[in-house]
Design a protein around this ligand. Structure first.
Ligand SMILES: Nc1nc2c(c(=O)[nH]1)N[C@H]1C(S)=C(S)[C@@H](COP(=O)(O)O)O[C@H]1N2
Ligand SMILES: [Mo]
Length: 296
């Protein structure tokens, strides 16, 4: 259940900060956040662990367009990356192809905050408050044709703004990913435009990315410029490079080791505390029905 903007705006107009704090005692924290003008947190998604600190999420990144190995370096290499204005083209096998301005999406789409576990194939993990809207809401706007069975995501490629592109010419830029149509329509699939209640930082994929919390992080392509609906299973960046190490489905699975390491345990950033990996990263009840069991 989502409280609509129209239901929360009146409080933000007539309550001052002190009144809001008092009201919070009666209404609860979520209601306070809404009344204060923040995007509402969707209470459906509860965590079994603390939220990772903002400092850690903003300073430990995989974004190969900036740096291929040093995760702490990414945040210091994004300075020339220009993320506003920004448009994203949504097309392919759809009846209503459209190029969306991200500012318009922010005004018109049903934004909400979700706390999601975030698990990299490299076995590190975080717990992150993303802001965004269901991918299904965007898909409905473009009205896919029946032949559209898969969807592709394409990241931006800007050699002059992204130093990792010219320095790593062996990678097949731009970064590209994909999903099966039912996965794309799953309510967990989130188009993300914010983090910690603020605009999405450049190192986390500004201004618009996808987040798929039941899959390893490499599926969640950043800084998207194009979404395309296609007939057959598309090639993806890491799968093209190392098909036996990075599958198309890449669902989090503690029982399916990566060829070079176990996936049974993960390490929480920044403490490196060990936790058992959960099947589908703990989202089994939402997604297991889409699969036969060991999709990789
Ligand atoms: N365009 C692009 N998207 C990308 C990547 C990348 O290198 N380039 N890395 C992926 C990987 S491996 C992970 S784990 C997540 C990391 O997201 P975060 O830095 O916001 O935690 O982004 C994914 N999306
Ligand atoms: Mo990753």
């Amino acid at each position: 259940m989502v409280i609509k903007e129209s239901e929360v705006t009146p409080e933000s107009v007539y309550l001052n900060r002190r009144q809001l704090l008092t009201a919070a005692g009666f209404l609860g924290m979520e209601r306070l956040l809404s009344a204060a003008g923040a995007v509402r947190r969707n209470p459906e998604f509860e965590l079994d662990r603390p939220i990772t600190s903002e400092a850690a999420v903003l300073s430990y990144n995989n974004f190969y367009e900036f740096h291929g190995t040093n995760k702490q370096a990414v945040k210091d290499l994004v300075g020339k990356f220009s993320t506003h204005p920004w448009t994203i083209e949504v097309g392919g096998l759809v009846n209503k192809p459209k190029t969306f301005d991200v500012d318009d999406l922010l005004r018109t789409m049903p934004l909400e905050e979700r706390l999601y576990r975030h698990r990299c194939v490299e076995a590190w993990s975080m717990a992150v408050p993303w802001t965004g809207f269901p991918l299904s809401a965007l898909i409905k706007l473009v009205d896919p044709k029946p032949e559209a069975k898969f969807i592709r995501f394409i990241s931006v490629k800007r050699d002059k703004e992204m130093p990792g592109i010219p320095s790593q010419p062996w990678y097949p830029w731009p970064y590209f990913e994909g999903l099966r149509m039912d996965e794309a329509m799953n309510p967990l699939a989130l188009v993300v435009t914010g983090l910690y209640g603020k605009p999405l930082p450049k190192q986390n994929g500004a201004p618009i990315r996808i987040v798929l919390p039941w899959k390893y992080g490499f599926k969640s392509a950043k800084s998207l410029v194009k979404i395309e609906f296609v007939k057959s299973e598309p090639l993806t960046f890491w799968h093209k490079l190392q098909p036996d190490e990075y599958g198309f489905y890449a669902n989090v699975n503690p029982k399916k080791p990566h060829p070079r390491w176990s996936q049974a345990v993960e390490r929480a950033i920044p403490t490196m505390e060990r936790r058992p990996t959960l099947p589908y990263n703990g989202y089994e009840k939402y997604v297991a029905g889409m699969y036969k069991g060991n999709e990789w």
